[in-house]
Design a protein around this ligand. Structure first.
Ligand SMILES: Nc1ncnc2c1ncn2[C@@H]1O[C@H](COP(=O)(O)O)[C@@H](OP(=O)(O)O)[C@H]1O
Ligand SMILES: [Mg+2]
Length: 288
């Protein structure tokens, strides 16, 4: 039986350790965080991103030497993972822009894909004191959220009807296309919660506090979605590109160039159908 207990235990302890380091640096202020911009408009990076990246990659390689590890701040060698069945995708800090501004909506994300399918995910929102984990395999389907006191509760997505959908969307990478999505789905502004980090946004759906996350543009990468998608799969949610195609986890193609639609699952196909005329209008054909 594949329960992935050793993998889960290690990922949880690494995430907690990394979260403590990131919080210590964030509390230290700008001089300690050392935020700078990556080349080619790739967004900000801080000392916590690079140091946590190094620690997580080393620990996972040591514990599981046969596995591939693809991590945001050392992704130049990602293509070498293409022929390895088990691949970890690591985002040392997702929502770095928010982290560097001293906000709370960022997360340490550790995900494991097997044969291109996310089976295990840990998303630690250290600033918010919330750690979510999920395992979704043939033998085990479980997802929990644990607070800093250690109290754990099972994750459970909502099944709010199409007429009452609550949206989560990007804070730092907003797109005017989101307003068009809100118009066709009749979602008023007060039902659009804007937050940093894919893991934080998907986390809101896995706790039933929102139903839908749309990122109507490129820019997210496999390490942004792997761990959150494992959580969402475990609670019966859905995640596709804007056309409804499943996401592919091939380390030779790191970008989700066709956007993201994550939902509680119950109305995913209706949501895709409602936004399809917009999507067709935005792009002549799926690219990437
Ligand atoms: N248009 C875009 N350009 C660059 N990066 C983008 C992007 N849209 C999303 N991302 C990346 O996707 C992640 C989630 O974005 P957001 O928090 O806005 O939802 C962030 O990862 P990092 O914070 O790990 O760099 C961010 O950099
Ligand atoms: Mg990220």
């Amino acid at each position: 039986m594949a329960t992935f207990e050793p993998e889960l235990r290690l990922a949880l302890s690494l995430a907690r350790e990394a979260g403590a380091l990131a919080l210590a640096y964030q509390t230290g202020g700008a001089d300690v965080m050392q935020a700078r911009d990556k080349p080619d408009d790739a967004g900000p990076v801080t000392r916590a991103d690079t140091e946590i990246n190094t620690r997580l990659v080393a620990a996972l390689r040591a514990a599981f030497p046969g596995d591939a590890v693809v991590a945001e701040e050392s992704a130049d060698d990602a293509a070498a993972a293409a022929d390895v069945a088990r691949c970890w995708y690591i985002d040392p800090i997702d929502g770095t822009a928010e982290y560097a501004r001293g906000e709370k909506c960022w997360a340490i994300q550790i995900g494991l894909c097997i044969g291109g399918e996310p089976v295990l995910g840990v998303v630690y929102e250290a600033g918010a004191g919330r750690l979510s984990w999920g395992v979704c395999t043939h033998d085990r389907r479980e997802a929990f959220v644990v607070d800093d006191s250690g109290a754990a509760a099972p994750l459970k997505a909502s099944a709010r009807p199409l007429t009452e959908l609550r949206l989560v969307s990007s804070l730092s990478h907003a797109s005017p296309k989101t307003l068009e999505v809100m118009r066709v789905l009749a979602i008023p502004p007060e039902r659009n919660l804007r937050l940093g980090s894919v893991g934080v946004k998907v986390g809101v759906i896995t706790r039933g506090d929102a139903d839908l996350y749309v990122h109507p543009r490129s820019g997210t990468k496999l390490w942004d979605t792997c761990a959150p998608w494992a959580l969402l799969r475990a609670v019966g949610g859905a995640l596709t590109d804007l056309w409804g195609h499943p996401l592919t986890y091939d380390p030779r193609r790191l970008g989700h160039d066709n956007g993201l639609v994550a939902s509680h699952g119950a109305h995913h196909s209706e949501i895709l159908a409602a936004i399809r005329p917009l999507v067709d209008d935005w792009y002549r054909s799926p690219h990437g």
